[in-house]
Design a binder for this molecule. Structure first.
Ligand code: FAD
Ligand code: 2HG
Ligand code: ZN
Length: 468
């Protein structure tokens, strides 16, 4: 190999320049960004809490190019931070700022191919950088859609959704991203391309490798292509928002619509503080009566579904007020989906986002205890979430930097005491590494570490994410 060029200022070998040249030979020099301004957007996360440093941002087009980039990084001891839409909320898509190992960001932004849809098997293969919105737009021409939906749909990619095992608002109906996964193509840390690609719903030849990569947060392989199920687009639906005085009423409504023969497509919860906040940002109030909580349900069923909903609401104690609309009722959904953006625009310090879940029976108590923690401290809490999945998004605004760790710890201990999870759907990233021992035993963590070490012995895939 030719010697590294020498940096004229320092006289030392300019490793980064020679690396960027070699990366350019693989992906084309215009797809290797090294200029600070050009890299800036790739080095700060969606919340603004995490910023990182990298020797380059590399934007390959094909799995072969990804394999060559990963192989070069393996030879040179360069760490790789895979990045899709950079909408992750736990800092996993950004390399660390103070890393001892130099890193690149491997962006899938150019990997946007969508295969022909298999309308018989209801599946499609897509490259990792395809956004959820692009996939849904293509699938809708066949009367189909992806079973997972997120408010970040315009930017979140299928690679990122698989890597985080994203949940979202349709989880109660179709499951999480892992449940949609039929096959995967991914580049291992040694640069080899792993391909398991069969449109089979039954295929028990050994370990579920695609399932293992789902939720691996870029620590086991770089996902280049995924084969996913599609579901039929829902026909007529009814959406309602009910103002309620207790979380238990939301759970009772989910049971009541099901007992009445309707199918729950989504079940979300918001609080008065959250509805007030999005209203401050120009979103209508769903109902005029104030209440402690608001539950949004989308249901499908026979054509008299709206009448059935009205009867259910009428017979449900604890419903203060309600509004019922035929789906898709984007105006009602906007109240729920505007929470994350409105919070980001309202907090004076980067928001502390703690995405947790508890068993349904513990949900009312956990809500009260979590709100009390925040009230105790000098910060503004906004709680909302996917109530049917026991998933609460605890957002703490205006938290002083020195209080972040102690508040996080208090929230996680409440959740853990209820037998809950410190990460319902966003993953561990960099934000929650210190707390993985809550809810995972030492042997469990050791098993995860053994898998990580087997697949990435040099620890070059997203170091600092998921493990210390
Ligand atoms: P990124 O943010 O780029 O990366 C996320 C993680 O995946 C990182 O660890 C990264 O290294 C890894 N990764 C990305 N691409 C690859 C790849 N090709 N191979 C290997 N690893 C990779 N999440 C939910 O679960 N449910 C929600 O309802 C939800 N709603 C959201 C709403 C808003 C407004 C926002 C901003 C975020 C929301 N999220 C939600 C979080 C986020 O959108 C998801 O985690 C999403 O799956 C991330 O996709 P991405 O392409 O942006 O991934
Ligand atoms: C959602 O459900 C996302 O909208 C984001 O998971 C949650 O902003 C959050 O805390
Ligand atoms: Zn969510």
């Amino acid at each position: 190999m030719a010697p590294d060029p020498v940096d004229s200022a320092s006289g030392r070998p300019d490793v980064s320049r020679s690396l960027s040249e070699r990366l350019g030979e693989i992906v084309g020099s215009s797809h290797v960004l090294t200029d600070a301004d050009a890299m800036a957007g790739y080095l700060t996360d969606w919340t603004g809490r995490w910023t990182g440093s990298a020797v380059a941002v590399v934007r390959p087009l094909t799995a072969d190019e990804v394999a060559a980039v990963v192989g070069l990084c393996a030879d040179e001891g360069i760490a790789i931070c895979p990045q899709g839409g950079n909408t992750g909320l736990v800092g996993g898509s950004i390399p660390p700022a103070d890393a001892s190992t130099p890193a690149i960001v491997l962006s899938t932004a150019r990997m946007t191919d969508i295969d022909e849809i298999d309308t018989v098997g209801r599946s499609v293969g897509v490259q990792a950088g395809v956004t959820l919105a692009a996939l849904d737009a293509r699938a809708s021409s066949a009367g189909l859609r992806f079973g997972v939906d997120l408010a970040s749909r315009e930017s979140a990619t299928l690679g990122g959704m698989v890597a985080t095992n994203a949940g979202g608002t349709r989880m109660i109906r179709h499951g999480n991203t892992r449940s949609q996964l039929l096959g995967i193509e991914a580049v291992r840390a040694d640069g080899q391309i792993l391909r398991r690609w069969r449109s089979l719903v039954k295929d028990n030849v050994g370990y579920d490798v695609p399932g293992l990569l789902a939720g691996s947060e870029g620590t086991l392989a770089v996902i280049t292509r995924v084969l996913v199920r599609l579901v039929p687009t829902t026909g007529a639906t009814v959406v309602f928002v009910a103002a309620i005085d207790d979380v238990s009423v939301a759970l009772a409504l989910i049971d009541a619509v099901s007992d009445a023969g309707l199918t729950t497509e989504a079940a979300e919860i918001m609080t008065q503080a959250g509805v007030d906040l999005v209203h401050d940002h120009g979103v209508r109030r769903p109902v005029s009566s104030p209440a402690q909580f608001y539950v949004l349900l989308e249901v499908s069923g026979p054509h008299d579904a709206e009448d059935v909903v009205l009867q259910v609401l009428d017979g449900q104690p604890g419903v203060v007020d309600a509004v019922v609309e035929p789906g898709p009722a984007r105006d009602l959904w906007l109240v729920r989906e505007s929470h994350t953006e409105s919070i980001a625009r309202s907090t004076t310090t980067p928001v502390v986002k703690l995405d947790v879940s508890v068993p349904l029976r513990a949900l009312p108590a956990a809500f009260a205890e979590l709100a009390a923690i925040a009230d105790d401290d000098d910060c503004r809490p906004i709680l909302f979430g996917h109530v049917g999945d026991g998933n609460i998004h605890v957002n703490l605004l205006d938290v002083a930097e020195e209080s972040v760790e102690s508040l996080t710890d208090r929230v996680f201990r409440v959740v853990s005491a209820h037998g809950g999870s410190i990460s319902a759907e966003h993953g561990i990233g960099r934000a929650k590494v210190a707390w993985t021992g809550l809810g995972r035993s030492a042997v469990d963590l050791d098993t995860m570490k053994a898998i990580k070490t087997a697949l990435d012995p040099a620890g070059l895939l997203n170091p600092g994410v998921l493990f210390e």
